[in-house]
Design a protein around this ligand. Structure first.
Ligand code: ZN
Length: 396
């Protein structure tokens, strides 16, 4: 039985079984009584969310649920969420879900007291509006171990008009309280556990390889890679056994909880580490989401090995450190990349882009979108459109 552990870095984080219930004292302390739970369409129908809403109602809170979120987050989902918050006269936002729900929830909170359009607050635009008004309390409860958005200071929201992904960034979007509760991830299917877990790993790897001197992020990234090497495959294998109808023994149930908890930490650490930057795998993945509407984690999983082969000659010593963190014999770039491929196989990631419907006619649009993406310039090697074409071909 794990107890709840607490730390305050980079925000207030509580980790352990039942950590989700700690929202109750947190709301009471602040005299808040009308939380809006922001979640996605799928979760809204599941017992894990319904039980949570009931728990809060029984504790005396007036709870509303906004669940019009699906796929990659888009502007209209935020706009409708802001209307729901106002119509309900909510006073706090509880993001309960994966990256999409958390990204939408943070921007809903931002827009409650800020005028104008959500993209007036896009990071780095000329004449952007300032974030200078109050923001309601944001609590995050991730139900996947992947994006790390629960401790992020930004949200990625797509514009439905031009399909461009835009980053809304402000330090005040950092949630005030993050509750990492393995209980809410125990029922996650094996395939989503796998793809979101590789997203977390990609954050850790790309953050470690990103240009710039940042020993804090580097240390966090290496320890996160270690956690993924120990706990991602067990999470997936437990999920597969449960899906086959097996009832886990008490000892295995405890191991499952521990593995889920460690992966929640690894994912959170990935998002802390990538304050340093990401790299070309994410540029490739963002293009795959835009052009083929592919799940972000799956896209990273399919691109990471060829992208790391591309990066390795530029920073071989960094690959040795990552291979050491993953506990590999004979640590070097080749063993690390072989481990990435083996891990993908072990957790059931499809064998290549073609297996998930990407065709040669998608190549040119993919190259176009990847080239204009903001992530790859921070990586250790300059990437040209020809390089992107070769990487996509290698991943087909
Ligand atoms: Zn990612």
């Amino acid at each position: 039985m794990s107890s709840i552990r607490r730390y305050n870095f980079p925000t207030r984080i509580l980790v352990g079984l039942d950590a989700r219930k700690e929202v109750i004292p947190a709301l009471r302390e602040r005299n808040l009584s009308r939380p809006l739970i922001v979640t996605d369409r799928v979760l809204a129908k599941l017992p894990v969310l319904q039980d949570y809403a009931l728990l809060l109602r029984e504790a005396g809170f007036q709870v509303a649920v906004y669940s019009e979120i699906w796929g990659n987050p888009v502007k209209s989902q935020v706009t409708a969420g802001v209307e729901a918050f106002r119509a309900y006269q909510a006073d706090a936002v509880i993001a309960f879900g994966g990256g999409a729900a958390m990204d939408v929830a943070k921007v809903i909170a931002l827009m409650i007291h800020h005028p104008g359009d959500i993209f007036d607050y896009e990071d780095g635009i000329p004449n952007g509006r300032p974030v200078d008004q109050p923001i309601p309390l944001i609590v995050t409860i991730p139900t996947t171990a992947g994006t790390g958005s629960e401790v992020g200071r930004s949200s990625v929201i797509s514009d439905e008009e031009d399909h461009r992904k835009r980053i809304i960034f402000d330090p005040r979007l950092l949630p005030s309280l993050t509750l990492l509760d393995p209980e809410v991830t125990l029922a996650l299917p094996a395939s989503i556990t796998a793809s979101t877990g590789i997203d977390a790993l990609t954050h850790l790897v790309e953050a470690y390889l990103a240009k710039g001197h940042h020993p804090l992020c580097d240390g966090i990234a290496l320890e996160g890679i270690h956690l993924v090497s120990q706990f991602l495959a067990p999470c997936v294998h437990f999920a597969q056994r449960i899906a086959q109808g097996e009832t886990l023994s008490q000892a295995d149930h405890a191991r499952h909880i521990e593995a889920r908890e460690r992966m929640l930490e690894a994912a959170m650490m990935g998002a802390v580490a990538f304050q340093k930057g990401l790299g070309l795998t994410h540029s490739c993945a963002h293009a795959l989401s835009t052009v083929c509407d592919m799940h972000h984690g799956l896209a990273n999983a399919l691109m990471i090995a060829p992208c790391m082969e591309f990066n390795a000659p530029a920073v071989p010593e960094r690959f040795t450190r990552m291979a050491q963190a993953a506990g590999l014999d004979n640590p070097n770039a080749a063993t690390f990349i072989a481990w990435l491929r083996k891990l993908n196989q072990e957790i059931g990631i499809p064998s290549g882009l073609a297996a998930v419907g990407v065709k040669t006619e998608h190549l040119e649009p993919l190259v176009k979108w990847a080239t204009v993406d903001v992530c790859h310039p921070l990586g250790p090697r300059t990437v040209t459109p020809d390089d992107f074409r070769a990487l996509y071909q290698a991943a087909l």
